[in-house]
Design a protein around this ligand. Structure first.
Ligand code: PLP
Length: 380
């Protein structure tokens, strides 16, 4: 951790785990062979690729050949949506949810213009999708339904298994963006009944720029990139062995420590909220069944961006929940969808703790919030 900085924006990205870096290093410096080459020097790379694929498959309960490496969550989401156009070709309808990440929302609108009618599932005030609402809008013409496992802004975990059962009753296919959930909650594709699942390594202490798409055997997607025969000809391009090895090591480690990390993060969350409650500062916590350590907090009458910058000056990194992205000061589509009162929505910040955060960190975060909300940075 950088000196004097408390990093509490783990939903944006995480620190590369030291052990993961050690696992990657040989493939950057020594074993740099191209895994597609037949000579002996390339063998360690080929072997590492095979092992990593199996390790990731074991972590999510899939078969190794159902794991396709990509450059991250955005690519996996784009592939799942756009690659599905020829899937179930007699059907055309796509359903997604209004609080999805823009990688899903924008992929859906990009195919909608080619006459793939798009419907949106709404969410309740906690950001939860209703299975009953899906039952109302799904039809025999529905080709694909995509609902995220956990929301990146408010942390709400969706009833994926129940949604998937309904989707399959209508003969449609089901994709879930598990980018925020993977490595933080238990994920088993067989038990959940999903046909496709997106993951991204930098959200679970792996390297940036690497992810995967799980594609269940029997699901025929369009290839994402044409070229060589890598990834079974579905996503051509020389494999990024070091990052793939790092992703597998990170996911394995997180899955092994899932319960321990969850307990730690819940303890930190409890302490942070207790401190805020004791101070009398007025706020609400958004979401329900949240991801461990993810707190979307709204302070009425305050401005999220102003809070973020004040906290930054005090050495605390959080993000705003009210901005669509760093260049926009609009209320986000997620906070709009949960119909959060404007005065609360504007004053929203997201604190996302990681396993490296300590009691001393959350004490400082809480004290800093108390300080900035008691100082006059309200109302702009
Ligand atoms: N999906 C969700 C839910 C996310 O939170 C993110 C990143 O914030 C993405 C997709 C995109 O992932 P990546 O940064 O790996 O492209």
């Amino acid at each position: 951790m950088k000196k004097n900085i408390i990093y509490a924006d783990n939903a944006a990205t995480t620190k590369l785990d030291d052990e993961v870096f050690c696992a990657m290093k040989p493939y950057l410096l020594e074993e740099y062979g191209n895994a597609s080459q037949p000579y002996s020097f390339a063998r360690p790379a080929k072997k590492a690729l095979k092992t990593a694929r199996k390790d990731i498959a074991d972590c999510i309960g899939s078969k190794p050949e159902e794991i396709y490496f990509t450059s991250g969550g955005t690519e996996s989401d784009n592939w799942a949506i756009k690659g599905s156009v020829t899937l179930n070709s007699e059907k055309r309808g796509i359903i997604t949810c209004e609080i999805e990440h823009h990688a899903i929302l924008n992929s859906c609108t990009s195919i909608e213009r080619f006459n793939y009618p798009l419907l949106y599932l709404s969410v309740d005030n906690y950001g939860e999708v209703s299975v009953q609402h899906l039952e109302k809008i799904i039809s025999k013409d529905t080709k694909l339904v995509s609902v995220m496992m956990a929301n990146n802004e408010i942390g709400t975990i969706q009833p994926i298994k129940e949604l998937g059962t309904l989707v399959h009753r209508f003969g449609a296919k089901f994709h879930t963006d598990a980018v925020q959930a993977l490595g933080h909650v238990r994920v088993n594709v067989e038990e959940l009944g999903v046909d496709m699942l997106s993951g991204s390594a930098h959200k679970f202490n792996g390297p940036k720029g690497i992810g995967f798409l799980y594609i269940k055997n029997g699901i025929i997607l369009d290839a994402y990139a044409n070229g060589g025969s890598q990834e079974n000809g579905m996503r051509a391009g020389t494999e990024n062995i070091a990052s793939i090895v790092g992703m597998a090591a990170a996911l394995k480690k997180n899955c092994l420590n899932l319960d321990k990390n969850k307990q730690h993060l819940e303890m930190l969350t409890y302490l942070l909220l207790e401190k805020l409650d004791q101070s009398g500062v007025i706020y609400i916590r958004n979401g329900i069944h949240q991801l461990p350590g993810l707190l979307s907090l709204s302070f009425p009458g305050f401005n999220g961006e102003a809070l973020l910058h004040r906290l930054d000056l005090m050495g605390v990194c959080v993000s705003t929940g009210s901005a669509c992205n760093s260049k926009s000061t609009q209320i986000s589509h997620v906070l709009k969808a949960i119909k959060l009162d404007h005065c609360y929505a504007e004053g929203t910040i997201r604190i996302s703790l990681g396993y490296e955060n300590t009691i001393s960190d959350v004490t400082k975060i809480a004290n800093s919030i108390i300080k900035v909300t008691q100082a006059d940075c309200s109302g702009y």
